[in-house]
Design a protein around this ligand. Structure first.
Ligand SMILES: [Zn+2]
Length: 386
């Protein structure tokens, strides 16, 4: 059996091709085969054509809805406000307590897997136990935060990002602990993401307590590598961005300063507030270590790059000058200070050599000085107004 080939020649353009004659010359079985081929082609092509039609329709729909973008933006903003106003994260009563926030659920530990990352995921509990054993803090006076719900997280995060955390492989990438990829996701949620969500609740609550009491400390949190759409560097939720958005709406403020003294660059909050004039970012970091995020660096209002090996005196000198500049550039109503411990000498990640005892004391003195300068000038300006 031969199948006539449909060939074209220069003398015979395809629109003049006499198809009927070719078909007429075929045998019955060949005709059946052609029909079968045609049906097969149609059967295979129909889903493809339907898919293309659906795609075209959705593209048309999205392009027509993008013409009404201002309305969509307004809806997104009002939805965000609605979520913030209906949140329970400001509910814990701290009136009879000191504004130090911590929960025993903060610490991450599961069969020793957490030890595969140099980041100490049990430090929060050890800090509180030390403060209690030294008599600085009583267990009953610590504020216990709530877990940030999915609705709370959607204030900053996208649905797609939160859904991506239902995949253990993605959580393993974010936490930089490969074996996490092999764990069932319910276990990852319980042992890794739940502690993070509880710490997010603590950071959000800290802003409210700071406004009520003048200061507040969340012993956990500070996940400054995570933005609304992407996690990384052991940071799964953007607690700093969430804290600030809650403060804008619930505390009715509009000027926030982030002072990020973790040894790493805070690329998460930088991406989230890059074009937001309500937020001033002072970031002092080692440019020779993770995350090397050059895009986010463009969004830092005031960057201080401290190279590997920078020691206590030099570090504090640069910090003093930076705080003076920040205080003259911007008048915040709330300051979010991200206190990374990885600037200390001997830390396996930070590469800096700030003396752990002298440095800590001097850092506290620096900040007390900065806050007192800021608040006294702020009080003076208020007095002048009256
Ligand atoms: Zn760090």
């Amino acid at each position: 059996m031969t199948i006539p080939l449909l060939t074209l020649s220069h003398q015979q353009p395809f629109w003049k091709f006499r198809t009927h004659r070719v078909i007429a010359n075929t045998t019955e079985s060949t005709r059946n085969l052609c029909k079968s081929t045609l049906y097969l082609f149609l059967a295979l092509a129909t889903p493809f054509i339907a898919y293309r039609c659906f795609n075209s329709f959705t593209m048309f729909w999205s392009s027509s809805s993008s013409s009404s973008q201002p309305a969509t933006k307004i809806d997104a903003e009002s939805l965000r406000r609605q979520r913030i106003n209906s949140s329970k994260l400001y509910q814990p009563d701290a009136s009879s307590k000191v504004p130090v926030i911590y929960s025993s659920y903060y610490d991450i530990s599961f069969l020793g897997i957490e030890k595969l990352h140099p980041f100490d995921s049990s430090k929060w509990g050890r800090i509180c136990r030390f403060l209690m054993s030294e008599g600085y803090l009583e267990k009953k006076s610590i504020v216990d935060p709530l877990e940030a719900s999915r609705d709370d997280l959607l204030v900053v995060h996208t649905e797609a990002y939160l859904n991506s955390l239902n995949n253990s492989v993605n959580v393993a990438r974010i936490t930089e602990v490969p074996p996490v990829a092999m764990l069932p996701n319910w276990l990852v949620q319980m042992k890794v993401l739940y502690p993070f969500r509880r710490q997010v609740g603590g950071t959000v609550l800290a802003a409210k307590l700071a406004m009520d009491r003048g200061w507040a400390i969340n012993v956990g949190g500070g996940f400054h590598h995570c933005s609304g759409g992407r996690g990384g560097g052991f940071c799964a939720y953007a607690d700093i961005s969430l804290c600030i958005h809650f403060a804008f709406v619930r505390l009715n403020i509009s000027r926030v300063m982030i002072i990020d003294l973790d040894a790493h660059q805070g690329n998460g909050h930088e991406m989230d507030f890059g074009n937001d004039e309500r937020v001033y970012i002072l970031d002092m970091y080692n440019p020779g270590i993770y995350p090397f995020d050059m895009t986010a660096r463009n969004y830092i209002n005031q960057k201080v790059e401290v190279v590997t090996g920078t020691a206590t005196v030099d570090y504090l000198d640069q910090l003093d000058k930076a705080l003076a500049v920040a205080g003259s550039n911007f008048a915040p109503e709330l300051i979010v200070y991200n206190a990374g411990t990885d600037i200390l000498d001997g830390d396996p990640l930070g590469g800096l050599k700030v003396n752990s005892i002298i440095g800590s004391i001097c850092l506290i003195v620096c900040f007390l000085f900065f806050f007192s300068q800021y608040f006294s000038s702020s009080m003076r300006s208020k007095a002048d107004l009256h």
